[in-house]
Ligand binder design. Sequence first.
Ligand code: CMX
Length: 435
Amino acid sequence: LATLKGKISALMKEQVALKNDLLKNHGDTKIQDVTVEMAINGARSMKTMVTDTSDLHEVNGISYRGMSLYEVNKKLPKAPGGSCALPEAAFWLLLTGEVPTDLETRAFTDELHRRSSVPANVMATLKSVPIETHPMTQLSMCMLALQKDSKFSAAYDAGMKKSEYWEYALEDALDLVAKIPVVAAAIYRRTFKDGPGPAYDTTMDWAANYANMLGVNDGEEFKEVTRLYLMLHADHEGGNVSAHTSHLVGSALSDPYYAWAAGLCGLAGPLHGLANQECLGWLLQVQKDLKGQTPTKELLTQYAEDTLAAGKVIPGFGHAVLRNTDPRYILEREFALKHCQNDPLFQLVDACYQAIPELLGKKGKVKNPFPNVDAHSGQLMHFYNLKEENYYTVVFAVSRAIGVMAQTVWARAIGLPIERPKSVPLDTLKKLATK
Ligand code: CMX
């Protein structure tokens, strides 16, 4: 922990100096024009936030501290014998800006193990929720139940100094990331299985342990695909719904548990995190409707035409920012080609990849006809026996906790203020636009 704090503290000095310089010497400099379209259409592409952990490029996809996901997957420490980067190593990278050594990663995994025990009140809260409750609702409620023990809130009440905010935010961030797999596995087991699964195992890395606790597959490949999935989904800049929600809530100095509980409610939306659930649902429906026919480009083009004609979107395709195939999709595809290319569902995903971008491209309306990560993730989970698609957004949430927590620590570290954009009535917008 001391090494981690030392690294954050050193980088913090540079970043705070940079922030102060920007405010002092360039505070009035114009970086973009705000158009009527931006104001109406969800502030799309308006540069109005600061997030240092990751940056989303419309063609190259997400980078973690300047490293593409391909580089991250190559350069970050792996599990013994594994080829996918460890997500906790990505957490370290996002927090410190540095690739951790194997030794640092092992120590960090142990730090998370030490923080992993979930208080009884959280499990009692979970028990009181009807099992038909959506797993994302259960997860968000559990994050709020954990809030009782927020070190940030306790320190705030005890009068902590502004300069200490980040340290207590870090305490909560580490606790939250350590505990969320335990809570998420408990949600899975109570909702879809008969009872508790395999116990927490401190000999495993963070992702392998989560995979193991789900109790659906004890093979090494499932642990490896879980590492890949949790690394790939860890962060996606600050403007997406769940990160932005968490940032906004955190900007009121609500602690990291409040922030992530709120962010999860956004992640549960079908246009955001829930898309992977919807995507697998759509794929399984296509598979059923094809009645055993081999999925070809022609068949899929026709099927997708019908989906569009019914006024529905094709889940897993398009993106608010990306204008290319999502690198996360490519990395999952590479994994699938290596480990499960004969899976009938993979062949369907592959046929979609051949057919849908061309079809959506021809329609002209969709700004990005290419697949996003959700078009693939479900197939991988399904293949390794995690079949309940209602649960998929929870896996996403376990992963994204990493990025959002890193962002929260940094928001406090560089002292970002309460967020308060200006809204205007449509009439005012009309006056502004025509004056
Ligand atoms: N299928 C059909 N139509 C689509 C489409 C798709 N996959 N993607 C976009 N469109 C439509 C939009 O609905 C919009 O139509 P209207 O003008 O009639 O409203 C038009 O194309 C233009 O939309 P856009 O600017 O290209 O896309 P947006 O930025 O508005 O929306 C997204 C982005 C992701 C919500 C949208 O592409 C979509 O609904 N995709 C399917 C759901 C999905 O895969 N979501 C996961 C996103 C990943 C994430 O955020 O985690």
